[in-house]
Design a protein. Sequence first.
Length: 239
Amino acid sequence: MTPAAAILALLALAPPAALARDEGAVLYDTNCSSCHGIRGEGSNVAPPLIGKSAAAVHFMMDTGRMPAAVPGVNEIPRPPRFTQRQIDQIVTHVMSLAGERSRRSLPMLQAGNVKHGGELYSENCAQCHGAVGDGASVGANNVAPNLATATAFQIAEAVRVGPGIMPRFGTKALSDRDVDDIAAYVKDVETRAGDLNGANSGGLPLAHIGPAAEGFVAWFFGMGALLLFIRAIGTAGNN
Ligand code: HEC
Ligand code: HEC
């Protein structure tokens, strides 16, 4: 048998699940381990991934935030580096590093109620992302991004994950149905804004920078208190 034939024979023997896991491991080792450690233990440039939810790991890659180009940079969302299949494989691998086999924290989206979603959105999201999801500066170098390019799935993930300084909303703060409704509302608003403005789906591409300075300071400290409060509820709803 030639070496190539031997390899093919071995591949044929390996069960598909094992292959998929190996592919995830290879992708992880090549693209993530230099910063997050070969076993997800973290390093002096990046946090550990052990114990992170599948939704968090999926979200970071699906929105193009990871793999980061440079450590310590607040990543501006870019097109994802991987296919959906590769993302799933890496998520499975990262979960396996923590000894977990399920990815149950991934959202299970259903069709939502736009009107109820709009109410929840203005209570919970508009103060940062703007009334129609067009984004806003939220202090320091933080920008609450325009939601036009976010998929319904990413919206649901972001709510549960709380990327960066965004608060995480647990199921006590927002039920899964509430999250369906919010995602439906954001997608509905974006579609209608797109109709009005042609290619532009509302707002400036990045964010409206620079509310009045004093108003902003007051708002920022108020937000801080609100954030702590939301985090408290979010954590209580952790499951
Ligand atoms: C160049 C270094 C670097 C590489 C490569 C990298 N990351 Fe990261 N990652 C970071 C840093 C720094 C943070 C923390 C700051 C942030 O969230 O942007 C982070 C944060 C994360 C988080 C959020 C962790 C938390 O505490 O909430 C996840 C999940 C993640 N990375 C997954 C990945 C995956 C999966 C890959 C490979 C596809 C990857 N990263 C590649 C540097 C890196
Ligand atoms: C305190 C301000 C704040 C609130 C409240 C908030 N967000 Fe965010 N959100 C942010 C910031 C800041 C980011 C960017 C985080 C990062 O990448 O570091 C973000 C990111 C996101 C993203 C990812 C967008 C992308 O293109 O990758 C989505 C989706 C999102 N938020 C949806 C929501 C929804 C829905 C709500 C309400 C339930 C909400 N946010 C409430 C500040 C906020």
